[in-house]
Ligand binder design. Sequence first.
Ligand code: ARG
Length: 588
Amino acid sequence: MKKFLDLITDEVTKAFVECGYDAKYAKVTLSNRPDLCEYQCNGAMAGAKQYKKAPIMIANDVAAKLEGSKVFAKVEAVAPGFLNLTLENAFVGEYIKEMRMAEKFGVEEPEKVREIVIDYGGPNVAKPLHVGHLRSAVIGESVKRISRYMGHNVTGDIHLGDWGQPMGLIMNELKIRNPELVYFDENYTGEYPEEPPFTISELEEIYPFASKRSKEDSEYKENAMACTFKLQSGVRGYRALWNHIITASVTDLKKNYENLNVEFDLWNGESAVHDLIPGMVDYMKKEGHAYLSDGALVVDVKEETDTKEVPPCMILKSDGAALYNTTDLATIMMRMEQNKPDELIYVVDKRQELYFDQVFRCARKTKLVNEDTKMKFLGFGTMNGKDGKPFKTREGGVMRLENLIKEINEEMFKKIIENRDVEEAEARETAKIVGLSALKYGDLSNQASKDYIFDIDRFTSFEGDTGPYILYTTVRIKSILNKYMENGGKVESAMIQAPVNQSEKQLMMELAKFNTSMEAAYEETAPHKVCSYIYDLANAFNHFYHETKILTEEDEAKKAGWIALLALTRDVLETCADLLGFKVPERM
Ligand code: ARG
């Protein structure tokens, strides 16, 4: 469906051209004086020089030409040369009627379906999810949903950290604690047990313990590195133990991500590309990209235009071990083979920006990617506490994601029972749904690259730019529609009418921005644009609602028109909530 603003611009362009002025001056924008008009065009001012005319004369010509237009109810030329535009109600009503019937509310299928891989989540095996993982999951999931909605083929890959030093640390510690385990007996040739020799909570306790000790004790650290080496070089017992760690950890991670309404298509880890590394290294050497520097194998990635130092990309350490870089590059190679992506998007903490800059340059230079494959780093900022420092528990430790979710749900629960009379079990269920919206909207409504303050009181509020406010508004609409149906009304067959008052027209004009806003959110990889769209929409709806007695309206056709408008507003709000990764409850 053609964009609303384009239709308006087309009409103004026609008038400019018919008056003998260049089409380029016919640019229309939203009015910055909503008290005076709805849209405006400032092109007369820009054209004055070329036509050696006072801008107001140009504006007058165009305004006269637009007399009788079906798009505008009023076109005013105002000194020094503004064109103030007010839309015709019937034009607005027609557009919304069409939008309600259109597939995806008028979002068109893309000219070319793009293949996109999104690398997000990025948790590390055997480490509990903490709030730092939250942003990657929440933003990545939304970017995935938005891109899919726009008609593209999207694969979301979790890129588990499952192959590096942490694995060696855990195994080494397990070995110290339970030296008798068969996994460590290198002469053992039998089957390994099916049950893991640890629980997930033991595992989560072991990692921080081992990590701390390795920083204080160099012999301990060396032993851990030896374990990593044994794992990576394929020693049977170590692989079997590693499989247990992965299985236990992945089961736990799946449960956690499910609670967040986050779904990955691929659960590949760094380990998935282990066997590709030797081939990749040979290729990089053979093509002359990689060379030895102080024993390590590196690829230069600096460019003439660099203003800061960009160090070479290290492919192998001097002991021959692979690094974080190496697995990322090999993963790019694998994705190019399996998905043939037009674009790779990484949703990672922005502190890894320089790192990804090196990796991307290296992939480009060594031609691991096609020339036209885009690589995008979507770096996000830190979630801070109210003190402006990275978010911590009250005791000052790292906050586990589970606990953060619990806290928010508890707060939501309190607000829900304050708000209305409801059974505890139902209130708890609702609190979970609304709590997730509070958490996700609180995050997504900020531009991803910015730091933000996690403010539980603000995020869970039913008022203001929050998830609960959006849900509350949607639930309000659902309840009106339900009442209409209980009284025998049919929502589906109700027809949109031309707006009869200004707040209804305003609501329609907000709805009409849907396809434009979604396209911008997709093109700029910016879920916050979906948030600002629905916030404006929810405000416009509430304004209309407070000014209009909908269900008591006696004119049935008028009432049906409003009902149709409400149904469309509900559907658009629910669609957007889904794009942000949360749901709307039936009641609140
Ligand atoms: N596991 C990494 C970390 O915790 C994040 C992974 C990001 N993705 C990637 N392809 N490197 O820092």
